[in-house]
Design a binder for this molecule. Structure first.
Ligand code: FE
Ligand code: ZN
Ligand code: FE
Length: 196
């Protein structure tokens, strides 16, 4: 598929965002499940609900243009999410894992912010004012999610820092425990892969 006008490029960007949101809707429940902090879990759960509305918003914009929202796979988001889930599933320390979940989630938000900023600008240029303000709303929600994560990171990264110290002081225990925990975890993740 190749776009030969700004409007075609706009539609492709919208389809890319729609697919990215679908991937996030699938991935977030697993992230939420792996989270230890209740505050972080609540923030991710809330953003999952917001994400569903964002996907609907993109779909409505595509409908209005007489275009399908479903297009090609967003390989960028696929990579961001794959890296995030790979990172998180290998961490057995709960505090460090929460820090990794925040790190991964913030990459997701920033990738989305780039896409929505571009789509919003195209909508404005093409004279689709209603779509532009809907896309602006989503952009603001992504920024808000990112700021919430930054706020949570201030506390949770510190907890991860302290948790890491504790583990080092009990090196033998941590070493004997880690391999079995890790293999149990990867089996679990392998099982989930079939579901997704
Ligand atoms: Fe989103
Ligand atoms: Zn993409
Ligand atoms: Fe988001």
């Amino acid at each position: 598929m190749s776009a030969n006008s700004l409007q075609e490029l706009y539609v492709e960007q919208l389809q890319d965002l729609f697919d990215a949101e679908q991937q996030i809707i699938k991935a977030l429940p697993k992230m939420i499940e792996a989270t230890q902090s209740e505050e972080l879990r609540d923030a991710l759960t809330e953003h999952l609900e917001v994400t569903k509305k964002q996907a609907d918003r993109v779909e409505k914009i595509c409908d209005g243009l007489g275009e399908e929202a479903k297009g090609e796979k967003c390989k960028g988001m696929e990579g961001v999410l794959k890296e995030g889930s790979g990172l998180v599933k290998d961490i057995s320390n709960k505090q460090v894992r929460d820090a990794a979940i925040i790190a991964s989630a913030q990459r997701v938000e920033h990738y989305e912010m780039a896409g929505y900023g571009t789509a919003r600008t195209y909508a404005t240029l093409l004279g689709f004012d209603e779509a532009a303000s809907a896309l602006q709303q989503t952009l603001e929600e992504e920024k808000e999610a990112d700021e919430t994560l930054s706020g949570l990171a201030e506390q949770l990264n510190n907890e991860a820092l302290n948790a890491e110290g504790q583990e080092e002081s009990d090196e033998a225990g941590a070493d004997s425990e880690r391999p079995s925990t890790k293999s149990a975890r990867s089996t679990k993740a392998g099982g989930r892969k079939h579901v997704a």
